[in-house]
Design a protein around this ligand. Structure first.
Ligand code: PRP
Length: 184
């Protein structure tokens, strides 16, 4: 029997196995790039929490983790363009090599804002890692240094990504049925 959440999912876009395989590759790639540099994995909450947890375990480099929480969608389906920090850094990042971990790069508003913010805070380098990239929606000149999957302009949920704060615990990336977000 389908769960209440599964019934609202139109199709599976990326399976658990595909996620696992790609995240392992990304972890190894980051190991090669950051071995000996003591990077700081910086997750952008909330969406990145599942990817972050898997990525740091796939990358056995000496490092530490930090989080920042921002909001620009305010439960809408398109970015408002105004990025607000809702939970700020809890440590000094001066001179650190940052690995920013995002679940999805969409318009680019969030990362354009954060890149500037981290530079003003004194980061030594900034590497943008995103699980999903939706280049068709980009409005800011920003791109990922490492991306897991390029996705079409569909409403994706699961593996940390939400609709109205739900579906984050779906273990794969799925496409939501349009009637879910057009009729509530
Ligand atoms: C999502 C996602 C990114 C951002 C990407 O966050 O996690 O941070 O949108 O979109 P952009 O490229 O258009 O800025 P959201 O504001 O939905 O918050 P959440 O992470 O708490 O789900």
């Amino acid at each position: 029997m389908k769960s209440e959440m599964e019934a609202n999912i139109l199709k599976v876009l990326i399976t658990e196995e595909e996620l696992h395989r790609r995240v392992a590759e990304m972890g190894e790639e980051l190991y090669r790039r950051f071995e000996g540099k003591n990077p700081l994995f910086l997750g952008v909450l909330k969406g990145s929490f599942v990817f972050m947890a898997d990525l740091v375990r796939a990358c056995q480099v000496k490092s530490d983790v930090e989080f920042i929480a921002v909001s620009s969608y305010q439960n809408a389906t398109a970015s408002s363009g105004r990025v607000q920090i809702t939970h700020d850094l809890q440590q000094d990042i001066t001179g650190r090599h940052l690995i920013i971990v995002e679940d999805i790069l969409d318009s680019g508003n969030t990362l354009a804002f954060l890149r500037q913010y981290f530079l003003t805070k004194g980061a030594a380098s900034i590497t943008i890692v995103t699980l999903l990239d939706k280049p068709s929606r980009r409005t800011k000149a920003i791109s990922a240094d490492l991306s897991g999957f390029t996705v079409p302009d569909e409403f994706v949920v699961g593996y940390g990504l939400d609709y109205a704060q739900q579906y984050r615990n779906v273990p794969y990336i799925g496409v939501l049925k349009p009637e879910v977000y057009t009729h509530g």
